[in-house]
Design a protein around this ligand. Structure first.
Ligand SMILES: C[S@@+](CC[C@H](N)C(=O)[O-])C[C@H]1O[C@@H](n2cnc3c(N)ncnc32)[C@H](O)[C@@H]1O
Length: 231
Protein backbone atom coordinates (compact mmCIF):
# COMPACT_ATOMS: atom_id res chain seq x y z
CA UNK A 1 0.00 0.00 0.00
CA UNK A 2 1.34 3.40 -0.94
CA UNK A 3 1.07 5.50 2.19
CA UNK A 4 1.65 8.73 0.19
CA UNK A 5 -1.80 8.42 -1.26
CA UNK A 6 -3.32 10.24 -4.19
CA UNK A 7 -7.06 10.90 -4.04
CA UNK A 8 -7.91 8.66 -7.00
CA UNK A 9 -6.00 5.73 -5.48
CA UNK A 10 -7.69 5.73 -2.09
CA UNK A 11 -10.69 3.53 -1.31
CA UNK A 12 -12.42 5.24 1.61
CA UNK A 13 -14.63 2.77 3.45
CA UNK A 14 -15.57 3.09 7.10
CA UNK A 15 -17.26 1.29 9.95
CA UNK A 16 -19.38 2.63 12.80
CA UNK A 17 -19.02 2.73 16.58
CA UNK A 18 -21.08 -0.42 17.15
CA UNK A 19 -18.77 -2.33 14.78
CA UNK A 20 -15.67 -0.95 16.53
CA UNK A 21 -17.22 -1.98 19.86
CA UNK A 22 -17.65 -5.56 18.62
CA UNK A 23 -14.32 -5.68 16.74
CA UNK A 24 -12.28 -4.60 19.80
CA UNK A 25 -14.57 -5.98 22.55
CA UNK A 26 -14.76 -2.42 23.93
CA UNK A 27 -16.41 -2.27 27.35
CA UNK A 28 -18.24 0.76 28.77
CA UNK A 29 -15.05 1.57 30.71
CA UNK A 30 -12.91 1.23 27.56
CA UNK A 31 -15.12 3.78 25.79
CA UNK A 32 -14.37 6.27 28.58
CA UNK A 33 -10.63 5.97 28.01
CA UNK A 34 -8.47 8.36 26.01
CA UNK A 35 -8.38 6.64 22.62
CA UNK A 36 -6.22 6.97 19.51
CA UNK A 37 -7.65 5.48 16.32
CA UNK A 38 -4.90 4.67 13.80
CA UNK A 39 -6.18 4.53 10.23
CA UNK A 40 -9.77 5.43 11.18
CA UNK A 41 -10.37 6.78 7.65
CA UNK A 42 -14.03 7.69 7.01
CA UNK A 43 -15.40 5.57 9.89
CA UNK A 44 -17.91 7.23 12.20
CA UNK A 45 -16.19 5.95 15.35
CA UNK A 46 -14.72 9.36 16.20
CA UNK A 47 -17.92 11.31 15.42
CA UNK A 48 -20.16 8.95 17.40
CA UNK A 49 -17.83 8.61 20.38
CA UNK A 50 -17.29 12.37 20.55
CA UNK A 51 -21.08 12.87 20.51
CA UNK A 52 -21.29 10.48 23.49
CA UNK A 53 -18.71 12.52 25.40
CA UNK A 54 -15.72 10.26 24.62
CA UNK A 55 -12.13 11.41 24.16
CA UNK A 56 -10.87 10.27 20.78
CA UNK A 57 -8.23 11.33 18.25
CA UNK A 58 -8.02 9.70 14.82
CA UNK A 59 -5.03 9.74 12.47
CA UNK A 60 -5.12 8.83 8.78
CA UNK A 61 -3.42 9.97 5.57
CA UNK A 62 -6.84 10.68 4.02
CA UNK A 63 -7.30 13.59 6.44
CA UNK A 64 -5.15 15.73 4.14
CA UNK A 65 -8.11 15.90 1.72
CA UNK A 66 -11.05 18.31 1.91
CA UNK A 67 -14.60 17.30 2.76
CA UNK A 68 -15.62 17.88 -0.89
CA UNK A 69 -12.79 15.67 -2.19
CA UNK A 70 -13.63 12.86 0.24
CA UNK A 71 -17.38 13.11 -0.46
CA UNK A 72 -16.78 12.76 -4.19
CA UNK A 73 -14.38 9.86 -3.74
CA UNK A 74 -16.71 8.02 -1.33
CA UNK A 75 -19.58 8.30 -3.85
CA UNK A 76 -17.37 6.90 -6.65
CA UNK A 77 -15.90 4.11 -4.58
CA UNK A 78 -19.12 2.91 -2.92
CA UNK A 79 -20.60 1.92 -6.29
CA UNK A 80 -17.49 -0.14 -7.14
CA UNK A 81 -17.11 -1.74 -3.71
CA UNK A 82 -20.78 -2.67 -3.37
CA UNK A 83 -20.72 -4.17 -6.89
CA UNK A 84 -17.82 -6.41 -5.82
CA UNK A 85 -19.48 -7.35 -2.51
CA UNK A 86 -22.70 -8.36 -4.31
CA UNK A 87 -20.75 -10.35 -6.90
CA UNK A 88 -18.69 -12.21 -4.28
CA UNK A 89 -21.18 -12.15 -1.40
CA UNK A 90 -20.62 -15.83 -0.56
CA UNK A 91 -17.03 -14.93 0.43
CA UNK A 92 -18.32 -13.00 3.45
CA UNK A 93 -19.98 -14.03 6.69
CA UNK A 94 -23.50 -12.56 6.92
CA UNK A 95 -23.80 -12.84 10.69
CA UNK A 96 -23.43 -9.42 12.29
CA UNK A 97 -24.55 -7.81 9.02
CA UNK A 98 -27.42 -9.69 7.37
CA UNK A 99 -27.00 -8.97 3.63
CA UNK A 100 -25.34 -6.62 1.08
CA UNK A 101 -28.21 -4.09 1.28
CA UNK A 102 -27.76 -3.80 5.03
CA UNK A 103 -23.99 -3.52 4.56
CA UNK A 104 -24.44 -0.66 2.08
CA UNK A 105 -26.81 1.16 4.39
CA UNK A 106 -24.50 0.74 7.45
CA UNK A 107 -21.36 1.81 5.55
CA UNK A 108 -22.98 4.78 3.82
CA UNK A 109 -24.54 6.11 7.02
CA UNK A 110 -21.22 5.70 8.86
CA UNK A 111 -19.38 7.63 6.15
CA UNK A 112 -22.07 10.35 6.00
CA UNK A 113 -21.79 10.70 9.76
CA UNK A 114 -18.00 11.06 9.38
CA UNK A 115 -18.34 13.65 6.61
CA UNK A 116 -20.84 15.70 8.66
CA UNK A 117 -18.33 15.80 11.54
CA UNK A 118 -15.12 16.09 9.51
CA UNK A 119 -14.53 19.85 9.34
CA UNK A 120 -15.34 20.44 12.99
CA UNK A 121 -13.17 17.44 13.90
CA UNK A 122 -10.24 18.85 11.91
CA UNK A 123 -10.58 22.17 13.75
CA UNK A 124 -10.72 20.39 17.09
CA UNK A 125 -7.69 18.28 16.04
CA UNK A 126 -9.71 15.08 16.49
CA UNK A 127 -8.84 14.19 12.87
CA UNK A 128 -5.14 14.53 12.13
CA UNK A 129 -3.16 13.94 8.97
CA UNK A 130 -0.54 11.56 10.35
CA UNK A 131 0.76 8.18 9.30
CA UNK A 132 2.15 5.11 10.95
CA UNK A 133 4.88 4.14 11.66
CA UNK A 134 5.66 7.59 13.07
CA UNK A 135 3.34 9.64 15.29
CA UNK A 136 3.75 13.15 16.68
CA UNK A 137 2.26 12.48 20.13
CA UNK A 138 4.16 12.50 23.44
CA UNK A 139 4.87 9.18 25.17
CA UNK A 140 1.79 7.68 26.83
CA UNK A 141 -0.62 10.35 25.61
CA UNK A 142 -3.43 7.78 25.29
CA UNK A 143 -4.87 4.86 27.25
CA UNK A 144 -5.75 2.83 24.17
CA UNK A 145 -4.55 2.83 20.54
CA UNK A 146 -6.65 0.94 17.98
CA UNK A 147 -6.05 -0.27 14.44
CA UNK A 148 -9.17 -1.49 12.64
CA UNK A 149 -8.69 -3.01 9.19
CA UNK A 150 -5.23 -1.63 8.54
CA UNK A 151 -2.34 -3.45 10.30
CA UNK A 152 -2.08 -7.17 9.41
CA UNK A 153 -4.91 -6.87 6.83
CA UNK A 154 -2.51 -5.37 4.25
CA UNK A 155 0.40 -7.69 5.07
CA UNK A 156 0.88 -8.44 1.36
CA UNK A 157 1.70 -4.73 0.84
CA UNK A 158 3.24 -3.70 4.17
CA UNK A 159 6.27 -5.61 5.43
CA UNK A 160 7.29 -6.98 8.85
CA UNK A 161 9.39 -3.88 9.71
CA UNK A 162 6.45 -1.61 9.00
CA UNK A 163 4.19 -3.69 11.26
CA UNK A 164 6.68 -3.96 14.11
CA UNK A 165 7.62 -0.27 14.01
CA UNK A 166 3.95 0.78 13.82
CA UNK A 167 2.97 -1.36 16.81
CA UNK A 168 5.96 -0.18 18.86
CA UNK A 169 5.05 3.41 18.01
CA UNK A 170 1.44 2.82 19.09
CA UNK A 171 2.78 1.30 22.34
CA UNK A 172 4.99 4.37 22.83
CA UNK A 173 2.00 6.73 22.72
CA UNK A 174 -0.58 4.47 24.43
CA UNK A 175 -0.76 2.10 27.40
CA UNK A 176 -2.50 -0.60 25.38
CA UNK A 177 -2.89 -1.48 21.69
CA UNK A 178 -5.66 -3.47 20.01
CA UNK A 179 -5.53 -4.64 16.40
CA UNK A 180 -8.22 -6.29 14.24
CA UNK A 181 -8.21 -8.37 12.07
CA UNK A 182 -5.21 -10.68 12.27
CA UNK A 183 -5.81 -11.98 8.75
CA UNK A 184 -4.76 -10.59 5.40
CA UNK A 185 -7.00 -9.76 2.46
CA UNK A 186 -6.29 -13.31 1.24
CA UNK A 187 -8.01 -14.77 4.35
CA UNK A 188 -4.83 -16.23 5.86
CA UNK A 189 -3.20 -15.29 9.17
CA UNK A 190 -0.77 -12.45 8.64
CA UNK A 191 2.72 -13.86 8.00
CA UNK A 192 4.01 -11.10 10.36
CA UNK A 193 1.85 -12.04 13.35
CA UNK A 194 4.04 -14.65 15.10
CA UNK A 195 7.29 -12.77 14.49
CA UNK A 196 5.77 -9.52 15.78
CA UNK A 197 4.54 -11.31 18.94
CA UNK A 198 7.98 -12.84 19.50
CA UNK A 199 9.75 -9.49 19.34
CA UNK A 200 7.12 -7.85 21.56
CA UNK A 201 7.58 -10.59 24.17
CA UNK A 202 11.38 -10.09 24.11
CA UNK A 203 10.81 -6.38 24.73
CA UNK A 204 8.64 -7.04 27.78
CA UNK A 205 5.16 -6.71 26.27
CA UNK A 206 2.32 -9.18 26.65
CA UNK A 207 0.22 -9.94 23.58
CA UNK A 208 -3.07 -11.82 23.79
CA UNK A 209 -5.25 -13.12 20.98
CA UNK A 210 -8.90 -12.62 21.87
CA UNK A 211 -11.95 -13.98 20.06
CA UNK A 212 -14.48 -11.27 19.23
CA UNK A 213 -18.18 -11.36 18.44
CA UNK A 214 -17.53 -9.73 15.04
CA UNK A 215 -16.92 -11.70 11.86
CA UNK A 216 -17.41 -10.45 8.31
CA UNK A 217 -14.29 -11.62 6.51
CA UNK A 218 -14.27 -15.43 6.76
CA UNK A 219 -12.30 -16.64 9.80
CA UNK A 220 -11.36 -13.11 10.89
CA UNK A 221 -12.91 -13.06 14.36
CA UNK A 222 -9.89 -12.40 16.57
CA UNK A 223 -8.09 -9.31 17.74
CA UNK A 224 -4.69 -8.84 19.35
CA UNK A 225 -4.32 -6.91 22.59
CA UNK A 226 -0.81 -5.72 23.57
CA UNK A 227 0.32 -4.04 26.79
CA UNK A 228 3.43 -3.50 28.89
CA UNK A 229 4.33 -6.15 31.40
CA UNK A 230 1.99 -8.95 32.39
CA UNK A 231 -1.14 -7.28 33.84
C1 LIG B 1 -9.65 -0.29 5.21
S1 LIG B 1 -9.51 1.32 5.87
C2 LIG B 1 -10.16 1.08 7.51
C3 LIG B 1 -10.92 2.28 8.01
C4 LIG B 1 -11.44 2.15 9.46
N1 LIG B 1 -10.38 1.89 10.39
C5 LIG B 1 -12.48 1.07 9.57
O1 LIG B 1 -12.18 -0.02 10.06
O2 LIG B 1 -13.61 1.32 9.16
C6 LIG B 1 -7.74 1.49 6.14
C7 LIG B 1 -7.32 2.89 6.48
O3 LIG B 1 -5.91 2.92 6.75
C8 LIG B 1 -5.42 4.17 6.30
N2 LIG B 1 -3.94 4.16 6.16
C9 LIG B 1 -3.21 3.91 5.05
N3 LIG B 1 -1.89 4.05 5.33
C10 LIG B 1 -1.80 4.41 6.64
C11 LIG B 1 -0.70 4.70 7.52
N4 LIG B 1 0.57 4.61 7.11
N5 LIG B 1 -0.98 5.04 8.80
C12 LIG B 1 -2.25 5.10 9.24
N6 LIG B 1 -3.33 4.83 8.45
C13 LIG B 1 -3.11 4.49 7.17
C14 LIG B 1 -6.16 4.36 4.99
O4 LIG B 1 -6.12 5.70 4.54
C15 LIG B 1 -7.56 3.89 5.36
O5 LIG B 1 -8.38 4.94 5.80
Amino acid sequence: MNTEQKLNSIVPWGRNLEEYRQIFSLSKEDLQKKILGCGDGPSSFNAELTARGGEITSIDPIYKFTKEQLTKRIDEVSVEVMGMVRQYSSNFVWKNIKNPDELESIRMSAMRRFLADYEQGLEQKRYRFEMLPSLSFEDRSFDLALSSHFLFLYSEHLDFEFHLNSILEMLRVAEEVRIFPLMTLNNIYSPHLDKVREVLAKRGYTSEIIKTEYEFQQGADEMMKVYRGTN
